[in-house]
Design a protein around this ligand. Sequence first.
Ligand code: NAI
Ligand code: HPV
Length: 597
Amino acid sequence: MAATTSTAVSNLLSTKKNLSSLSLTSANKLPTLSPLPTSSRTQRFIVLSASLNSKPTVLVAEKLGEAGINLLKDFANVDCSYNLSPDELCTKISLCDAIIVRSGTKVSREVFESSGGRLKVVGRAGVGIDNVDLAAATEHGCLVVNAPTANTIAAAEHGIALLAAMARNVAQADASVKAGKWQRSKYVGVSLVGKTLAVMGFGKVGSEVARRAKGLGMHVIAHDPYAPADRARAVGVELVSFDEAIAAADFISLHMPLTPTTAKILNDETFAKMKKGVRIVNVARGGVIDEDALVRALDAGIVAQAALDVFTVEPPPQDSKLVQHERVTVTPHLGASTMEAQEGVAIEIAEAVVGALKGELASTSVNAPMVPAEVLTELKPFVELAEKLGRLAVQLVSGGSGVKDVKVTYASARAPDDLDTRVLRAMIIKGLIEPISSAFVNLVNADFSAKQRGLRISEERILQDGSPESPLDSIQVQIANVESKFASAISENGEITVEGRVKDGIPHLTKVGSFEMDVSLEGSIIVCRQVDQPGMIGKVGSVLGEENVNVSFMTVGRIAPRKHAVMAIGVDEQPSKETLKKIGDIPAIEEFVFLKL
Ligand SMILES: NC(=O)C1=CN([C@@H]2O[C@H](COP(=O)(O)OP(=O)(O)OC[C@H]3O[C@@H](n4cnc5c(N)ncnc54)[C@H](O)[C@@H]3O)[C@@H](O)[C@H]2O)C=CC1
Ligand SMILES: O=C(O)C(=O)COP(=O)(O)O
């Protein structure tokens, strides 16, 4: 089952644009960020059609177990459309909030671009995500989740089935008997017991294959540059280098993902290093073998036999020399195809997709940070604070200034490695970018969006005395090398500075520039710098009252020696330009800014 986080963090994945982000100010030109390429700008102007209020639509593009479909139907409109052509998929996708695929559908960049920003989740009902353009998904803020565990045993069992079938010529002998022949001496096989099996990729499937092969009396070695030694020790397998593995093996079984590093990892050069008569099983991905080189190695007698479930192109061409090779056993990508695995995968992916559509973070997410549920719950009020501080800070930047350098300081009594700031950073980026662009930013694309705009976010942690019960004491956001439309927002170091804390679960603004204050971050606020004198609260209050703008709070922060004060006024409604002008015209008001949260 896919474990998901609390719904408390539902805004993390929301791609809904917050339309209430632009500020009306005394100097209302907007700050600039680096321009986006035209294509991505156009993308982002398309408003998402699936609001959180309407039922989302899930496109199930390949056969999925009934239990998964039923789970989806409880939450979403489900469109089961199989065998769509790439063009049909691109047409349909603009009407879908999520898509579920297996290995047979390419979720290409074109698919994300055609979705017009509506597609929020790609669910891969299985392990391998090489058919999903992950970079494009991330750029579009689209979460990719997979179902990594439910088909492990099925794939491992299929690997063992192919290994044994190959060694004893089961498929060839079966075809021969069915063709009316009785060729007992032609199909003498080889034994598995005592032979060396090299498991290439010692992950979930690889280690289950190793366990089973040991049960068959094989000597198992493994190669996996990233596998922990204790996992190998637990199974009783020695981890060796790639060259050692392929040189020592009588049988090689492939279980690594298809990535740029593993593509064609078995090729002419590597076949040449193998023992003559080696036998190869591939239940991973066709692309990890150079298929033409395998044909050559078979013909040269280096490879005695191969058993393949997967191919570079699926289905492979009918006249494929590899498929037709007498010493090659093939199956049509059946690794995950057991009743049990398909049922499990369907439930696992349906739960992950529904959770993600609700805004929860799936623990099986492939392109977003996986933050444990309890950490997210604890950080929730700080997540809100982070976004609001970003939003406030950027609204303080004067139009024409390019925001480039942002410093975030987290003050906490917890040890730095006990504070996961990835989600907070993402939300600050969201707050910084959304008010001044048409972009939508979420946890998936925050870092990408910052990078694309040339925003450098540096993070610093200050270790404070006190109880580490709360994850954070305060968050400070500073924007360097810009001018501010509200000069008082610039602190002594010349940077626009806003700082906030969480009090009773509610985010508060506690500092603007060098002025301390305490403002609950709800609604919108007018911040004024004034000459500190009696009657100011009343004057501003009555200007707002004339327009029926409800004041939720007022607070004054003073710097006594300079006799200046900064007053923050919380308002429930947005005052008109005229009303804001009237506030600016009050003689003691030196400057003011209206900030929308
Ligand atoms: N034929 C089928 O129907 C199925 C195929 N698969 C394929 O099997 C692959 C493995 O699945 P799992 O074991 O669940 O994934 P996994 O992620 O648990 O294991 C993959 C392992 O490969 C290792 N690896 C990465 N690069 C490597 C390299 N250059 N050399 C050696 N090892 C490397 C990783 O460190 C990891 O331990 C999947 O990526 C998928 O493509 C999985 C399920 C069914
Ligand atoms: O899970 C995997 O990686 C698989 O290869 C299974 O593919 P399938 O879902 O059966 O198309």
